[in-house]
Structures are given as structure tokens and as C-alpha cells.
Design a binder for this molecule. Structure first.
Ligand code: UDP
Ligand code: MG
Length: 328
């Protein structure tokens, strides 16, 4: 996962003493979390002359007072920019929107719930100065997650990394620092079904990581329930692997071979020994088994066909309703 960089790729302090950092923060019904988040971020950069900050909030169709809260904060703080999407497009689309609009030399997607400590960006910037283009934040321990979420995450990574290309690192969320070149590359990817973890891995670039412990959510509750997580996992797997599509050819071939051998065996047995077998038994088994297999195959083809259909429409990933820029 980590790549080496040579000395002349360092971004020295003398060459760029202040760097502009964009935090990209998707928010969905987070009225009670934006305040604590901004307080902490503002305190963090207070008196830091080496960092010029902008905070791009992407309001992902919240139905509570999130937008009002954000605009109130924008009145106080001109570093706050607010993108208001026209409805709830999901976190991946919200991140995409924020990254297209962010202006910083480095861009850091971060959750608003303070489960990822914003202070870590200083450590990330250190690594960026060493010449890395991507600095991942790796969670050590997932104690704050439920057992079910931990187990399902482990299995997801195991299956994903076995069948999909390229591998995605475990215990790494969207919280990461990316150089402008990386952001431009991501912005250029045309697809509209965006599994960000997969896309982040796909673009590559010189990568390293820093560790952090993940605390409880600051306020509010998780927006990802079982159904959403399941769809998220399916999205990732079908988006970056064609194995589910291809495997049926092999299984089908095996099945045909097996049934041919079985049929030959029965015919030979009747011819040689004259033993009579009740006709309905193998028939029934074969019909139900093959019927089931075909249905599964059709289901998988449907999954991909659906994706092709959606992708063929070339719909934009998100629609911006309005961009509120701070009043200078
Ligand atoms: N989020 C979003 N759109 C959605 C769901 C979530 O923008 O449809 C945001 C949410 O406001 C938060 C981040 O994505 O800033 C991560 O969500 P959450 O903390 O609920 O996820 P978890 O940490 O439980 O995986
Ligand atoms: Mg969270």
C-alpha cells in the first residue's frame, strides 16, 4: 500500500510555507453535529499560519435544519462554503460534488461526526511534504463499531480484495489527504456510479498512511443501516469486479459435464445390468437444481445489465442547487 518517494519529490517548507487545505464534508441530517465539528476545526487552525483553510460542506438533501445551521456558521466564518444538493444523492455523490468544487492544494474528505480527528491533518501534511500524493488515515481498532458491523466489514474486505482490482486497504475510510493532481484525476473519471473507496484505489499515486484511534460519534446517529451497507457492498463488488459475471460460465460447464456423466452412467447401467430406475427422481432433482442455477445466473446478469443501463444514460452524479460563497 505504501510507496517510496525520492528526496527531490519533497515539497519543502521554503518552497511552499503556507498550503491551502480544503476539507470536504458531506452532511445529511447533521444539524446537531456541524456546530461541534466547526468549533473543533476552527480551534485547530487558530494561529496556524502554515495552513490556509476552506471547509466545503455538501448538504446532501437534509430534511432537518442542517442548511440553516451551515448558513449561520458561514455568516461568522468566511472559510465556510456550502454546496446544497437538490436531494439526497448519498455520501459518494456528495463527496464527488465537494471534490469538484474544492479549490485547495490538498483536499481532505472528512465525516462531520468527529469520528475522524481533524487534527490528524497536520500529520498528513507532514507526509505530503515528504512527497506523498495520498496520505491515508488508518483506524487502529474498531471498538466503537457494533460486532455485526465489524464482522461484515472484515468479510467485505476479504471477498472484495480476492475478486476485485485493485485491492483496497482495510480499516481505511474516506478520511485521507489528497494532492491536487489526485483530485483532478478523480474528477476526470466519468462514471456516475461512484464507489469512492474503489476509485481512490484505482487512481493510485504515491501513497502512505498515518494511524488514529476512532472515537464514538460526537452527536446524532449513523446514517448507514444494514440495508444501506449491503447495497454499498454490492455497489463496490459489482463496480470493480466482473468475477460474479464470469463465474457462471465455469459453473455451467461443470454442471453440463456432470449431468452428461450421470446420464451416461444411468444409460450404461440399464444397458449392461438391466436395472430399472424410477424416472422421476433424477428428473425432479435436475429440473429444480438447474432451474435454480439459471435463475441465479439471470439475477447476476441483471445486476450488470442494470448498471450498464444506468451508466449508458450518462446522468450527472449530482445536481447542485446553489453554491453559497462567503461574503468578503
Ligand atoms: N452522509 C451523507 N449522505 C448520506 C449518508 C451520510 O452525506 O446519504 C454523511 C454523514 O452526514 C456523515 C458521513 O456521511 O458526515 C458519514 O456518515 P455516518 O457517520 O452516518 O456513517 P458511519 O460512520 O456510521 O459509517
Ligand atoms: Mg460516522
Amino acid at each position: 500500500m505504501c510507496t517510496r518517494v525520492s528526496d527531490n519529490e519533497r515539497r519543502s517548507f521554503d518552497a511552499c510555507p503556507t498550503i491551502s487545505v480544503s476539507l470536504v464534508v458531506p452532511v445529511y441530517n447533521e444539524a446537531e453535529t456541524v456546530g461541534p465539528f466547526l468549533d473543533r476545526v476552527e480551534r485547530m487552525v487558530d494561529g496556524e499560519s502554515s495552513v490556509r483553510l476552506e471547509v466545503v460542506f455538501v448538504n446532501d438533501g437534509s430534511s432537518d435544519a442542517t442548511l440553516e445551521r451551515l448558513l449561520e456558521h458561514q455568516q461568522q466564518d468566511t472559510r465556510v462554503r456550502v454546496v446544497d444538493l437538490s436531494r439526497n444523492f448519498g455520501k459518494e455523490a456528495a463527496l464527488t460534488a465537494g471534490m469538484r468544487i474544492a479549490k485547495g492544494q490538498v483536499v481532505v474528505p472528512i465525516d462531520v461526526d468527529l469520528q475522524a480527528p481533524p487534527e490528524l491533518i497536520f500529520e498528513m501534511i507532514e507526509q505530503w511534504r515528504q512527497g506523498y500524493d495520498v496520505v491515508l488515515a488508518r483506524r487502529v481498532g474498531r471498538d466503537t463499531d457494533s460486532r455485526a458491523k465489524r464482522i461484515s466489514a472484515t468479510w467485505f474486505y476479504r471477498i472484495y480484495n480476492r475478486i476485485a482490482e485493485p485491492m483496497i486497504p482495510e480499516n481505511v475510510s474516506d478520511f485521507r489527504l489528497m494532492d491536487r493532481t489526485v483530485v483532478e484525476a478523480l474528477n476526470e473519471l466519468p462514471e456516475s456510479r461512484r464507489f469512492m473507496k474503489g476509485l481512490f484505489a484505482w487512481v493510485g499515486f504515491r501513497t502512505t498512511c498515518v494511524d488514529y484511534a476512532c472515537p464514538e460519534r460526537a452527536a446524532g446517529s449513523s446514517k448507514f443501516n444494514g440495508r444501506r451497507l449491503w447495497n454499498f457492498a454490492l455497489e463496490g463488488l459489482t463496480g470493480f469486479s466482473t468475477l460474479p459475471l464470469r463465474i457462471w460460465t465455469y459453473l455451467g460447464t461443470l454442471m453440463v459435464l456432470a449431468s452428461f456423466l450421470y446420464a451416461s452412467f444411468i444409460v450404461l447401467r440399464v444397458l449392461i445390468f438391466g436395472i430399472d430406475t424410477p424416472g422421476y427422481v433424477p428428473l425432479l432433482v435436475a429440473i429444480t437444481f438447474l432451474g435454480g442455477l439459471q435463475l441465479m445466473g439471470i439475477g447476476i446478469i441483471g445486476e450488470y445489465l442494470g448498471r450498464t443501463y444506468l451508466e449508458a444514460k450518462r446522468r450527472p452524479v449530482f445536481l447542485v442547487r446553489h453554491i453559497y460563497e462567503p461574503q468578503e
